[in-house]
Design a protein around this ligand. Structure first.
Ligand code: ARG
Length: 458
């Protein structure tokens, strides 16, 4: 219908198929309709349509919405996009008044509006999904609050920690993600409608009114910027990529710890897959897929950044390429968060294996150096002494805690009978009292903090 005036020739079928977007942007229909209803109200206030026409438009748009929801609406690819499909259906049903709806509006500000409403809604849903994941991690921490394990650096046993400390570390990372989403919302929550194609319109609508109707906190201040701006999509895709990054790290830890070699935990059968060939296998595919899907999330971020690079100001059709990557990242992260929130509470934790691994006396080598420091040895010297002691123990095939005191004293006269206490993991953990360190008291306080935080509304 928009070709009627300007063109003699219909568009080539090939060109239509190439440029249509309704096959994927139809999922914005809710926001498109909400935007149109608010726009119609603004047109009525400006005297462009009558109160009666406004009501007709609203009623019919709501009817169309119901039809779409029930799957009865007939989408027509030849009508290009979600906007034209809905407008055409409206006009077909109510005639000329339907043709007034697009006054002082362009699809350029319309799509910017739909996309912002979509990102706002998905931002809220993903934030809720993050909370559920954090609650699942917290549940595990509460359940295993006293469970010790080796902490690793370079995947080598390093120093003792509590399993709960590891879980709380993941909660911290996901809270930064939630924080990023809150921050992204500030810049998403801006009304672009009323910017027209790029230069507004000689029919001035009350944009503050439209913003209130649609629940936007602010109104865009420059019409050229408003139709160009996809910063909020870029930011959102970055935020989703970071969630993926954190999920991939958690996935990798769980996959590794579920190997026979570690045996720290098992995935429940409900979240494991079998092998088509090897009857004994139970594979951690949910975690592997999540690790893998993170690549897609990065790809989607690169895609939007590359689409936006050096695009001329104002609207360009390239911008249509923002949607599929956005939808894909949203769907991917939403599914991954859901799977993890359901899978984590079902993890079978092999406490014995973790505790046995945490008994490795080498985990306390740093504590031994700090023991000497407390008795006056400079740390670098203490580090060297303990290094030599570790080598001696290995050469004589003695665990570090079995080296006789007299022998230890040949490395440093400051070793005393109290050194045996240094291999007690509970005592070692209890000493780790500084903010952020894994003393049981700190862990209990952190669990309490997160329990209250996650139970609160915000
Ligand atoms: N499908 C388009 C998009 O996603 C809608 C806006 C089209 N505007 C235009 N002037 N062709 O960006």
């Amino acid at each position: 219908m928009m070709r009627k005036g300007r063109f003699d020739q219909p568009a080539a079928e090939l060109a239509k198929r190439y440029s249509e977007s309704v096959s994927f942007d139809r999922r914005l229909y809710d926001y498109d309709i909400a935007g149109s209803i608010a726009h119609a109200s603004a047109l009525a206030r400006a005297g462009i349509i009558t109160a009666d026409e406004r009501q007709k438009i609203e009623n019919e748009l709501r009817a169309i919405q119901k039809e779409i929801e029930s799957g009865k609406f007939e989408w027509d690819r030849s009508l290009e996009d979600v906007h034209m499909n809905i407008e055409a259906a409206l006009t077909k049903r109510i005639g000329a008044s339907g043709g007034k709806l697009h006054t002082a509006r362009s699809r350029n500000d319309q799509i910017a509006l739909d996309l912002r409403l979509y990102v706002k809604a998905e931002n809220a849903k993903l934030s809720a999904g993050l909370r559920l994941l954090q609650s699942a991690l917290l549940g595990l921490a509460e359940q295993h609050v006293d469970l010790v394990m080796p902490g690793y650096t370079h995947l080598r046993r390093a120093q003792p920690i509590l399993f709960a400390h590891y879980l709380l570390a993941q909660i911290e990372a996901f809270e930064r993600d939630a924080d990023r989403l809150r921050d992204c919302l500030v810049r998403t929550d801006v009304l672009p409608l009323g910017s027209g194609a790029l230069a507004g319109s000689i029919i001035a609508l009350d944009r503050e009114f439209i913003a209130r109707e649609l629940g936007f906190s602010r109104v865009s201040q420059n019409s050229v910027d408003a139709v160009s701006d996809r910063d909020f999509v870029c930011e959102f895709l970055f935020d989703l990529a970071m969630i993926g990054l954190h999920l991939s790290r958690l996935s990798e830890d769980l996959i590794l710890w579920s190997t026979s070699e570690f045996g720290f935990l098992e995935f429940s059968d409900a979240f494991s897959t079998g092998s088509s060939l090897m009857p004994q296998k139970s594979n951690p595919d949910m975690a592997e897929l999540t690790r893998g899907k993170t690549g897609r999330l990065y790809g989607n971020l690169m895609s939007i950044l590359t689409t936006m690079k050096a695009l001329p100001s104002s609207y360009n059709r390239d911008l249509q390429e923002d949607k599929e990557v956005l939808f894909d990242s949203v769907d991917t992260v939403r599914a991954a968060l859901g799977v993890f929130a359901a899978m984590l509470p079902e993890l079978k934790i092999n406490r014995e294996r973790m505790e046995t691994a945490a008994k490795d006396p080498n985990l306390f080598a740093t504590d031994l150096a700090e023991y000497l420091v407390k008795k006056g040895t400079p740390f670098r010297e203490a580090h060297e002494i303990i290094g030599k002691l570790v080598v001696h123990a290995a050469h004589t095939s003695l665990p570090l805690d079995q080296v006789p005191l007299s022998k230890m004293q040949s490395f440093s006269p400051l070793f005393d009978v109290d050194v045996t206490k240094m291999f007690d993991i509970r005592l070692s953990l209890a000493e780790r009292r500084a903010i952020g360190a894994p003393s049981p008291e700190n862990i209990a306080a952190q669990i309490e903090h997160w329990r209250e935080y996650l139970a609160s509304d915000d």
